[in-house]
Design a protein. Structure first.
Length: 116
């Protein structure tokens, strides 16, 4: 178990507010942009079906992102935020800035989800 947080308190507070702000957007009625090309490879669905489908995907994405945000907030509380859950090393700060919900350092993430 890590004995102290890797990030200074100010940084933690900043990450926490980023996470909370993101969660507010997700739980509110804010429209999340979804790249259609990314999701639809077929265009043979009726537009109504497409709308419903899109809604479902959005909700799934929102739910999983909210879960990740909650987990990150829990780690902040537990003072393990910013530490890799696999190797316990501090996660690179640029990586945290880019993906504030991550709990894996880059080497571990690459091991877990290899690019090829
Ligand atoms: Zn790691």
């Amino acid at each position: 178990m890590p004995t102290c947080a890797v990030l200074p308190k100010g940084e933690l507070v900043r990450f926490k507010s980023t996470l909370l702000a993101r969660k507010n957007i997700l739980t509110g009625n804010e429209v999340v942009h979804l790249n259609e090309d990314e999701v639809f490879s077929r265009n043979d669905l009726s537009s109504r079906k497409t709308e419903m489908f899109k809604e479902e995907i959005l909700n799934d994405r929102k739910r999983s992102e909210i879960r990740q945000i909650d987990a990150a907030l829990d780690r902040i509380k537990a003072k393990t935020y910013g530490l890799c859950r696999k190797c316990n090393n501090p996660i690179n700060k640029e990586r945290l800035e880019a993906v504030p919900t991550t709990d894996l350092c880059l080497p571990c993430c690459q091991k877990e989800k290899p690019f090829r």
